[in-house]
Structures are given as C-alpha cells and as structure tokens.
Write a protein that binds this ligand. Structure first.
Ligand SMILES: Nc1ncnc2c1ncn2[C@@H]1O[C@H](COP(=O)(O)OP(=O)(O)OP(=O)(O)O)[C@@H](O)[C@H]1O
Length: 598
C-alpha cells in the first residue's frame, strides 16, 4: 500500500489477519509449547473425570466396598489436583504470552509509524492512529491471552468429549448426531450478524475517539469559541452511535447464546430421556449413562463457550488487520539502495533547480511551479511572499518531508533524493513557527536533537539562545518538567528553547520559519538576539515576517504562486515598486519603512 492511501476500516471477515501475529508467537516458542502442554493436560484431566464417576456408580455404590470407594476418591482428588495445577500453569503462560506479544506489537507499530513520512499524516488522523496503537493492540492481547486459550481448551474438550461420547455409547451418540445440524445452523447464522455488528460498533467508536482527541488537543480554541456544548453534543452523538451499534451487537449475541444453550440442552434432555429408558430395560448400565451425560455436558458446554469466544476472536482479527495495515505502510521517503554521501566538510550550499511540486494529498494543485534559486554557503536568504505562495513548502522540501514532482534540490552539490534522509537532516536545523515542547524536562527538550549532550553543552546552548536566565528562574531549573505541550512557557520562551535546540544541534544549514505571533518588545529583542547568534556563520533560509530580518538578509526572494518573482535587497526591491514593495508596506511597520526609503 502506498503511504498516501487513507487507512480504512477492515474489510475481511476471515481470521487470516491473525496470522500477522504468528511471527511474534514464534519468538516465544518455548512459552507457547509449555502453554500448549498445560492446556492439553488440563483438558485431558477434565475428560478423565467422568471415567472415574462411572466406575464409582457401577462398582463403588453397588458393592458397598469402602476400600474401592477410597481408591476412586483418591484418584478423583489426584485428577482434580492435576487439573488445578495444569490450569494454573496454563493461565500463567497464556496470559504472559499475551502481554509479551502485545508489548512487542505496540513497540513495532509505534517504531514503524514514527518513520512514516508527513504525507501519511496529511491524510490520516493522528487520533485514529493512536487508537490503533492502544485499543486494537489491547483487543489483540485479550485474544492472544485469554480468548485463544479458552477457544483451544474448549475445542479440545469439545472434540475429546465427542470422541468419548462415541466410545461410551455409539447408540446415544448417533442420536446426538441428528441434533447437531439444529445446533450448528443458528450458531453460524447468528455468528455472522454478531461479527458484522461488532465491527460497526468498533468503527463508530474509533471515529468518536478521533474526535475526542482532536478537540481535547485544541481545548483552548474550543473554549475560546464557547464550543464546549457543541463539542460535547457531537461527541455525545458519536458515543450514542457507538452505543447503538454495540447494543445491536449485544442483542445478536444474547440471542446467539440463548439459542445455542436451548438447542444444546434440549438435545441433551432428549438423549437422556432415551438413555433412561435404556437403563430401565437393562440394555445400558447406570454408570455408562452417567458417563455419557457428563461427556455430553462437557462437549456441549465447550461448544457453547466456543460460540461465545468466536465473536471475540473475529473482533481481534479485525484489530489485527488494522495493525497489519499500519505495519504494511511503506514510508514514502526512504534512503536509496546505495545512498551517496555528502562531502565530508559541510559547506551548506543549497540549489533549487526548476522544482515542481504538488502535495500528494492534493495532486491536482501545484504548490511550486518551476522554482529555481541558489543559496551560497554562509549566506542568509529571506523568503517573503503572500500567504499560500509556497514558502513553507520550500522548507518542507529541503527537509525532504516530501519528494519533488519534477526538478532537483541539492545540498552541497548532492541531490537530496540520493542521500539517506537521516544524513540530510543531520545537516539541517529548523526553528519552526509553531514550536513543539515535549512533556519532558527543559534539559531534554533542548537536547532533543542530541540526546547525549552534557549539561554543560545544554547550558551553553541555552545561554546563546538567551534562555538561560529564565530557565534558572524556574522551580527546578533545567530539570523542570514542561507541561504536556509546554503550556507553562510563554511564546517567546518556547521560541528560545527551540533556538537553543537548534544551537545545540549545530547543523551547517538553518531553516527558520519566523513566528508571526507578536511577541512583546522585550521577548522579540531576546529572540532576535538569539537568532543573530544562531545565524552567524551558517547558511540560513528564513521565512521572514519582520523588517529586521529582511534588512539583515544578504538577499530577499519574493515568492508568488509557487515561483520566485523578485529578488534583491530591501532597498532595491522597494525601489522597484513591485510585489515586495506592496507586501512590505502592508506587513512591516510603515513608519520604519518610510524612514528607510528616505
Ligand atoms: N500538507 C499539505 N497538503 C496539501 N496542500 C498543502 C499542504 N501544505 C500546504 N499546502 C498548499 O500548498 C500551497 C503552498 O502552501 P505553503 O504552506 O507553502 O504556503 P506559505 O507561503 O508558507 O503560506 P503561509 O505564509 O500562509 O504559511 C498552498 O496552496 C497550500 O494550500
């Protein structure tokens, strides 16, 4: 599947997707074998119990032999102890395997998802992906753990019970055989409807979860627009929808259970009635009838249990399919088979050569339409242009979040497509407009691009970013936890953390998306000073929103509709009276501009 495809609800109804889990089980062969041994042992012990019961009825009671009774009771207790031990061990191994596998699966799915390119996240909601990571893996866990063992145990009991029924009394078994179609047919019919309804309940719930995670993530916007009641209403409707779907599944399932039990036990009563007559006319011993009935109960109740777990297994199969889909996503951006290397000493020269590009999620609309420009090593180039001109796209393509549709982008003379993306990104630092602060310490946030950096390096970077003073004033200094999204930090502080992060990474090329949000004069000055330090001796491409930035740039590229339409410095471009002059007069402080033009 290509990465731009939207993930869809699973279509298959088979249990095949569960095969995805086999390689995981394979890693724990020893545990699986032990689980199977104890499972079989427990089932065999259960099946042996009726044999002892029959002996007791036929011989024990009739001969009134106390020693005989003692023997059989001793056997019975030994069997019960074996059953208890085997069941305990089975539980231990089976549940451990379930937990182990789901841990592996979660780790693999997360490691895979984190490698997928931005184009995948353009079309798939992050809430839905997280729901797969948690809800779907949990469902798989319940199956690999409890449910699979329950199914297997009941299968053994059902088959073993049936075999022992035939062994005990072929005549009565033939009667049961006649009843089987009446039992199996409704099971199959209802089983299907249960599966269909459960899947729709699951899908509805996934949608509701995605909505909840989106609105909780944007809680400020929701509250600012008094969107709470509307959001609650929408979520409530979604949950009611999920409840309705679950209710339908429950209804089918309870009908299934009721029908199965009444068919099974109805048949048993019929057979018992026939058997009782056989005992009366002397053609069968009471013990044999008792043994047969016990086996019939074992076989029938395990069949009933099988019908119940079937629904769960089918649900987990759907979950496994969704996870398999996610694991099958191929990252759109990968390292070539034989990646080229950049020159050992990084100069930081960037060249766009007739680059054309349309976002994979909107292939019919070109974002860049033949863009060419060069940035020399150490140069600072400001990009300006109206909203939607393609400025952020330029940065995204240098970072190779996406591949160009046509044309080439080169760093230090090597096409970005020909190198390992990790090596490319090691040479680039980005300070984005919307800074991400992870729920971690300030130290870890600064060291995000260099996790092994020493405290001294982190402090040096923070000082250069003019962030040290405010960090020192926090309760725990560099060890202060920033909130889930760094909510405790102000906009200017967050930006300085991002600048410190970039300084610590010390890459030869700096990509800067200037924040449009108005910082107060003091913050702005601090951020600007921090940036000046960062831009020194580095190739810098900056999406400029401030007059100070364009004045400092060696060159200004003016973009419009995916192309460079003007190029020069501030004075020459203002003098030209074109797009830049118009943009500048709107965007930058009019008074300052007027002074400059004098
Ligand atoms: N992830 C995306 N998927 C699809 N289209 C996109 C995506 N990001 C941007 N675009 C489109 O590409 C075009 C260029 O967008 P870009 O973000 O590069 O503009 P910009 O000049 O940075 O604008 P702004 O100054 O408003 O940030 C726009 O038409 C935009 O709608």
């Amino acid at each position: 599947m290509s990465e731009v495809d939207h993930l869809e609800a699973p279509r298959t109804r088979s249990l095949k997707p569960l095969a995805t889990l086999l390689p995981y089980l394979g890693h724990y062969r020893g545990m699986v074998v032990k689980a199977l041994i104890f499972l079989t042992l427990a089932a065999v012990a259960t099946l042996a119990l009726p044999l002892a019961v029959r002996r007791m009825i036929d011989h024990g009671f009739s001969q009134s032999d106390a020693g005989f009774i003692n023997n059989y009771f001793g056997m019975l207790i030994a069997l019960a102890l074996l059953l208890a031990f085997a069941s305990a061990m089975r539980y231990y191994y089976v549940i451990s395997i379930g937990e182990r596998i789901v841990a592996d699966l979660r780790r693999d799915v997360y490691s895979h998802v984190i490698k997928l390119s931005p184009s995948f996240f353009d079309v798939n909601q992050s809430g839905e992906i997280v729901s797969r990571l948690t809800a779907d893996t949990t469902q798989v866990k319940s199956v690999v753990g409890a449910t699979a063992s329950l199914a297997l145990r009941n299968l053994i009991l059902c088959l073993g019970g049936a075999a022992m029924m035939v062994y005990t009394s072929p005549r009565l078994s033939a009667l049961v055989l006649v009843a089987i179609p009446f039992i199996v047919f409704p099971l199959i019919a209802f089983g299907r409807s249960v599966r269909k309804r459960s899947r729709s309940a699951q899908d509805t719930l996934a949608e509701a979860s995605a909505y909840a995670s989106e609105s909780i993530g944007a809680i400020r916007t929701v509250q600012a627009f008094n969107g709470g009641p509307a959001a609650s209403g929408r979520y409530g409707d979604a949950i009611e929808g999920a409840f309705g779907a679950a209710q339908a599944a429950i209804r089918s399932r309870s009908i299934l259970t009721g029908v199965a039990i009444s068919m099974v036990f109805g048949s048993i009563a019929g057979v018992l009635w026939y058997g009782a007559h056989a005992v009366l006319d002397g053609s069968m011993s009471a013990g044999t009838l008792g043994q047969f009935v016990l086996y019939a109960v074992v076989a029938a109740s395990s069949l009933g249990a099988l019908s119940e777990v079937w629904g769960e297994i089918a649900q987990a199969s759907g979950a496994a399919e969704r996870l398999a889909e996610l694991l099958a996503e191929v990252p759109a951006i990968r390292a070539p088979a034989n990646p080229k290397r950049f020159p050992a000493t990084a100069a930081g020269a960037i060249a766009f050569n007739d680059v054309r590009f349309a976002y994979p999620s909107a292939p019919e609309r070109s974002a860049l339409k033949g863009l060419s420009f060069k940035v020399e090593p150490g140069e600072t180039v400001a990009i300006v242009g109206s909203s939607g001109a393609g400025k952020s796209t330029v940065l995204s393509l240098i970072l190779r979040y996406y591949d160009t549709t046509a044309g080439e982008i080169a760093l230090d003379g090597v096409s970005v497509r020909d190198v390992d993306p990790a090596e490319l990104r090691a040479r680039l630092s980005i300070v984005p407009q919307d800074v991400t602060i992870f729920a971690s310490t300030i130290h870890d946030n600064i060291a995000f691009g260099r996790p092994n950096a020493s405290r001294a390096d982190v402090i040096a970077a923070a000082k250069a970013a003019h962030a040290h003073d405010f960090i020192e004033r926090l309760d725990n200094g560099y060890d202060t936890m920033s909130g889930e999204r760094g909510v405790t930090l102000s906009g200017g502080q967050r930006q300085r953390i991002a600048i410190a992060r970039a300084i610590l990474k010390n890459a030869p090329v700096l990509l800067l998306d200037e924040a449009t949000s108005a910082l107060d004069a003091e913050s702005e000055k601090l951020v600007q000073n921090a940036l000046d330090g960062l831009m020194k001796d580095r190739t810098t491409i900056v999406i400029a929103h401030r007059l100070a930035t364009v004045l400092k740039a060696n060159r200004i590229l003016v973009m419009d509709d995916g192309r460079v339409v003007e190029e020069g410095n501030h004075q020459s471009l203002v003098a030209k009276g074109g797009i830049y002059a118009r943009l500048a007069s709107l965007q930058f402080d009019g008074k300052e501009l007027a002074e400059l033009q004098v």
